[in-house]
Each structure stands twice: as C-alpha cells, then as structure tokens.
Design a protein around this ligand. Structure first.
Ligand SMILES: [Zn+2]
Ligand SMILES: [Zn+2]
Length: 246
C-alpha cells in the first residue's frame, strides 16, 4: 500500500508536534531560560523530534480523525493505554536526542515519553468537531493569536460543588471564563481537517488539576504568571498555522 501524505495528515503532524512540545515543556533542560534564544531552541528541538518520530509511526495513528475513530479503536482497542503501542521502529535519533538532552534516562523511558504524547495526540485527533455556533474571533488570551476561540472555565465545572462547600470562591465567580484558541490548523486547510484543536486550552489543563486551577489559577493573569505557561505562550505565538493572514 502506498503511504499517504494527504493534506489532512499535515494537520495530524502539527497536532502531534504540539503534544510533544507540551511534554518537552515539562522539562527545563531544553532552552531553560525565558529569552528568545531558548524559545527558538525549543521550537527547533520540537520540530526536529516531530520530523524524526512522525514517519515511523503506524499509519493508522498518523491518519487518526474523528470520522475514522471507529476503525482506529477496532484495530487498537486500548489505544488510549500507554502499553498498546509497540513503537519498535521508532527513530534512533529521536530516542538519542531525548536521552542526550537529559529529558529521559534511557531508551525505554524515551519510548514511554513518546507513548504518552501519542495517547494525548490520539484523543485530540479523534475528538468531535467543534460546535461552530460558538465560533468567536478575537485573540486567544494566552497566545494572542487571532483565531476562533472557545472558553475555559477558570473554575472548572467538575469542582464547582467543592468550591462552594469549601468557600473558595463566591457563586458569582463560578462562570468566569478565559477565551482560548480553539483550533489552529482548520482555517488553513478548511474542511479537510475538522478535528478539534485546543492548543492553549490543553496546556492549561496539563499544568494543573481542576482543583488546582480552581484554587490557584482562577484568572488569566494567574495562569500567565506561571513559567511553564509563559514558555508555552511564546512557543504558541510563533506557530503560524491557524492564523488568519491578510
Ligand atoms: Zn492560544
Ligand atoms: Zn478548561
């Protein structure tokens, strides 16, 4: 079978790249500072890793979409568990880079790192398409890009009951939201790529649990005080896909 390099697989490539970037950001070893040089070092490094890892991934993962999710989950029923993928053909350069940058200590850990990123990627690639009526054009409150937005409940709904019981916030605050970019690639490739992308929203939920968000990160300002969000912000602001031009 001929390997497919369709336009829509470009979306998946960038989605996977963002998943790797969020994982890398949890480590301080790549461009540890907050200056421009370390930001572009991060982008270069993530681009390199993605370019190395992507070609060796199983096609069924590279082509993961909402529409194709049934056949994906039939082929790999436990695709969301980290043990489901063997990843035997992973590029040696990918593994060596993670080890030499001190992000992981050995080959096994490098594969575990990749599996975690892949699980996140699959969940996002197979997510249902956005509810178009919620489209809103304004800048994302984290990356400042002018792309359609969705809202993040600054006090996540799942902890509303607890927040009230413990008196952490008044009831009137419960529905405060941050407007964050909703998808970053769909505008570029129109209808070919209807998966839901929420790059900045994903990073918010990755750095803290819902309870932690509710207690300590309940405004955009508080979120932006965090160094890991700041580093993501700089990375995301430079990503061109999804940004309306002209
Ligand atoms: Zn954003
Ligand atoms: Zn949220």
């Amino acid at each position: 079978m001929r390997s497919s390099t369709s336009i829509s697989s470009t979306c998946q490539f960038y989605l996977f790249k963002d998943c790797l970037a969020r994982r890398i950001l949890q480590y301080q070893t790549v461009g540890g500072g907050a200056d421009d040089a370390s930001d572009s070092a991060l982008d270069d490094f993530v681009t390199y890793l993605t370019t190395e890892a992507w070609p060796t991934l199983p096609s069924i993962l590279k082509e993961a979409t909402y529409e194709g999710r049934d056949s994906l989950y039939q082929s790999i029923p436990d695709v969301e568990s980290e043990d489901a993928l063997s990843l035997d053909s992973t590029s040696a350069a990918f593994i060596e880079s993670l080890v030499s940058y001190g992000i992981v200590s050995d080959d096994n850990e490098a594969l575990r790192f990749l599996r975690k990123a892949l699980v996140e990627y699959v969940v996002q690639a197979c997510a249902p398409p956005p509810v178009w009526s919620l489209t809103r054009t304004k800048e994302c409150e984290i990356c400042q890009r002018e792309v359609p937005l969705t809202y993040h409940h600054l006090i996540p709904k799942s902890v509303h009951a607890k927040v009230l019981k413990k008196g952490w916030h008044p009831e009137s605050m419960l529905n405060s939201v941050a407007w964050l970019c909703r998808y970053s690639i769909v505008l570029l490739i129109a209808d070919l790529c209807p998966a839901l992308f929420r790059p900045c929203h994903s990073v918010v939920h990755q750095v803290a649990s819902c309870e932690d968000l509710a207690r300590n990160l309940y405004t955009v300002e508080l979120l932006l005080e965090r160094e890991d969000i700041q580093r993501w912000q700089k990375y995301a602001a430079k990503q061109r896909y999804g940004v309306r031009r002209g």
